[in-house]
Design a protein around this ligand. Structure first.
Ligand SMILES: Nc1nc2c(ncn2[C@@H]2O[C@H](COP(=O)(O)OP(=O)(O)OP(=O)(O)O)[C@@H](O)[C@H]2O)c(=O)[nH]1
Ligand SMILES: [Mg+2]
Length: 317
């Protein structure tokens, strides 16, 4: 525990090596994770969280790279987490290298972390949240989280960040697909990247048309930007729109409400897993699962009734 306490102290002072080690401990789902999170939490909540999501290869890492450079040259300290749900070789590693190669790097306060699902115990959403809290508590002013927008991950990013940037490309296909992907609901800012390719205007117009149909329902109408991240075009506009959204959230306690509703979601998830773990522990102690399996096998009882019986008996005492 002494080691962990030292690591926590150094993390809170902003020591990069300590931050990196502490994230690794949490990432592996080490037994001391709850202790670490308890000590870290009171020091978090000061950073602004930016989420960047979109289909594979849409230019997220390239955009994040550009954004981070702009943030750093405006003297912000930045923490970046790039989540790769499938491959262990994320584009994120490249991002780190690209930033490292920049000659002005020594003046910059940036921490980069790439995570692949394979290494993570207990779910990407949990680890992303916990790692970003560590970065936040270490004093980073801006946290950027990159995830590929497939399946659950885009909902996770909306649960973990203040401003969500959804990056699409001219190849992103028709808008029906976008709706299905659930990216529409979570976007605070739309970016049509690779605008140097044909079709960018079209996709931008169909997003605008979709937003038009929602008119009245939207308190914040997400802007639709055209960028060409690899050429550095449109990034200044994106930067400005992120801050415009941040300003919008800071009015009338909107940011507070957004974060509280995220905390509610997190609390619910954590209660659920607490219930499952605690009950399972007790059920394993009380009930003879193998015997019950035999009863089910011999058709003395059906699986659903057996489950109900076990849980009710466990809750009674
Ligand atoms: N033509 C063009 N290519 C781009 C642009 N932005 C990025 N690319 C290229 O698109 C490819 C994917 O870029 P990344 O930034 O790695 O995309 P990503 O969304 O992070 O990819 P994953 O993390 O693998 O999902 C790279 O080859 C980039 O150089 C752009 O504006 N125009
Ligand atoms: Mg990437």
């Amino acid at each position: 525990m002494a080691d962990i306490d030292k690591l926590i102290r150094e993390t809170l002072k902003g020591d990069k090596l300590a931050v990196s080690r502490l994230i690794s401990v949490v990432e592996r789902g080490h037994a001391q994770t709850p202790y670490i999170l308890e000590k870290i939490y009171p020091h978090s909540g000061n950073a602004y969280y930016i989420g960047v999501t979109g289909p594979p290869g849409s230019g997220k890492s390239t955009t994040v790279d550009r954004l981070v450079k702009m943030l750093c040259s405006n003297n912000y300290s930045v923490g970046v987490i790039a989540v790769d749900p499938c491959s262990p070789f994320s584009g994120g590693a490249l991002l780190g290298d690209r930033i490292r190669m920049n000659k002005r790097k020594s003046e910059w306060d940036v921490f980069f972390r790439s995570m692949s699902a394979g290494k993570i115990m207990g779910g990407l959403a949990r680890t992303t949240k916990e790692s970003s809290r560590i970065l936040d508590a270490s004093g980073k002013q801006i946290i950027v989280i990159e995830t590929v927008g497939v399946g659950q991950s885009e909902l996770d990013i909306a649960q973990a960040t203040d401003t969500v940037v959804v990056i699409l490309t001219p190849e992103s296909g028709d808008n029906v697909q976008l709706m299905k992907a659930g990216l529409l609901e979570i976007a605070d800012i739309f970016v049509v990247n690779k605008a140097d390719r044909p079709g960018a205007e079209n996709i931008s117009m169909s997003i605008e048309a979709m937003l038009d149909r929602q008119r009245g329902k939207l308190e914040w109408r997400p802007p639709v930007l055209l960028t060409s991240a690899s050429l550095g075009k449109g990034i200044e506009e994106l930067y400005a729109e992120i801050w415009r959204h941040a300003d919008y959230l800071r009015q009338d306690d909107k940011l507070k409400e957004r974060r509280k509703s995220q905390l509610k979601g997190e609390l619910k998830q954590r209660i659920e897993s607490e219930i499952v773990n605690t009950l399972w522990q007790k059920i394993r102690d009380d009930a003879d699962i193998d015997e019950l399996v035999n009863d089910i096998w011999e058709q003395k009882i059906d699986p659903q009734s057996a489950a109900g019986k076990v849980v009710r008996r466990c809750l009674k005492d």
